[in-house]
Unconditional design. Structure first.
Length: 297
C-alpha cells in the first residue's frame, strides 16, 4: 500500500523552478538514533504532545504534504522518521509489520517519550495497529488513515490499483490517479510543487531514497498480513481513543476497511473525508481538525 515512493524521480524533472515557499521555513535537521540492531533517522517540528507519523510503502519521512504538517504542528510536536531499510535509516533486519512496530516502539523509547499520539497512513496503518496492540503503553491516541484490518476482513482495491501500488517505481501520473480523484489531478500536481519548494527551502529533509529491494520486502510483508485474521481479532484489545479515517473515493483501500476497523476497535470514531488515497492531503483542514479533536480527549 504505497504512499509516495514515486516523488523522488519527478521532482527533479517536473518541478524545477517552482519558486520559493511563502511559508516560514524551519531547519529540517535530521537526527540518527540507534534503535536495537539498527539506527533510525528522524526529524521533528512543532510544539506540544508528540505525534508520531507512520508513512506508507516505499515512502520516506520527507513525503508528507508540508501543508498538512503545518496544520498538525500547531497542536503537536511531530516526529517523522524513516523505517529501517528506508532513506537515511539503517538496515531492516526483521520481517513483517510486527518488526517495524517493534522498531517504532524502540524509537519512542530512545527519544525519552513515554507515549505518543500515532498517525498511520496506508502501510503505516498496519504498523500503527501492531504498535497499539503489541506496545499499548506507547500509544496515547491512534489515528488510522486509508489502511485495512488484515485477513479476510480486508477489502482490496482494483487489480490495477494494487499493481500500481506494488510496483517499485510506478509512473507519476499513475500514482496521482490513486492519490487524488480523477477530477482533482491538478491538486496532486500542486502537492508535488509544495514538496519541491519545501525540500529546497529546508522545511523538510531532502530525503527520498528507497531501494527497490526494500519496497519489495514491504510489499511481500502484506501476504501474511492478508492471510491471517490475527490482527483483526486483536483490534479488540486497543483501548485508546481511535480515529478510523477514510477517503470516500479511495481506489487502493476502499472505505469499507475503515468501517470494519471502527466496528472492531472499542469506541473508535469513523470519519469519511472527501478525496482518494491522499484524502488527508486533499481534505487536510478537516482531517487536521479531526486529529486535534481526538487527541484533546
Amino acid at each position: 500500500m504505497r504512499a509516495l515512493r514515486w516523488t523522488c524521480l519527478p521532482l527533479a524533472v517536473l518541478l524545477v523552478g517552482c519558486g520559493s515557499s511563502s511559508a516560514r521555513p524551519f531547519p529540517a535537521g535530521v537526527h540518527v538514533t540507534p534503535v536495537g540492531h539498527t539506527k533510525i533517522a528522524w526529524y521533528g517540528r512543532g510544539e506540544g504532545p508528540p505525534l508520531l507519523m507512520l508513512a506508507g510503502t516505499g515512502s520516506t519521512m520527507a513525503e508528507w504534504d508540508p501543508a498538512l504538517l503545518r496544520l498538525l504542528a500547531r497542536d503537536h510536536r511531530l516526529i517523522l522518521f524513516d523505517y529501517p531499510g528506508v532513506g537515511r535509516s539503517g538496515p531492516w533486519r526483521g520481517r513483517g509489520f510486527d518488526s517495524l512496530a517493534d522498531a517504532t516502539a524502540g524509537l519512542i523509547s530512545a527519544l525519552d517519550v513515554s507515549s505518543a499520539d500515532v498517525l498511520g497512513w496506508s502501510m503505516g496503518g498496519f504498523v500503527a495497529q501492531r504498535l497499539a496492540i503489541d506496545h499499548p503503553g506507547r500509544v496515547s491516541h491512534l489515528i488510522l488513515a486509508a489502511t485495512n484490518p488484515g485477513g479476510g476482513r480486508a477489502v482490496l482495491g482494483t487489480p490495477k490499483a494494487q499493481a500500481i501500488d506494488s510496483a517499485p517505481d510506478p509512473p507519476t501520473d499513475a500514482i496521482l490517479q490513486e492519490l487524488y480523484p480523477p477530477d482533482r489531478q491538478a491538486e496532486g500536481h500542486r502537492f508535488l510543487r509544495r514538496l519541491e519548494r519545501a525540500s529546497q527551502s529546508g522545511e523538510i529533509p531532502d530525503d527520498f531514497r528507497v531501494s527497490a529491494a526494500t519496497t519489495r520486502r514491504q510489499v511481500a510483508a502484506e501476504d501474511p498480513w492478508l492471510r491471517s485474521d490475527r490482527n483483526y481479532r486483536q483490534l479488540a484489545r486497543i483501548d485508546v481513543p481511535t480515529l478510523a479515517a477514510a477517503g470516500h473515493a479511495d481506489p487502493v483501500t476502499p472505505p469499507l476497511n475503515m468501517r470494519r476497523i471502527a466496528a472492531r476497535v472499542p469506541g473508535a470514531e469513523l470519519r469519511v473525508f472527501s478525496g482518494a488515497h491522499a484524502f488527508l492531503f486533499q481534505s487536510r483542514g478537516a482531517f487536521a481538525s479531526a486529529v486535534s479533536a481526538l487527541t484533546a480527549r
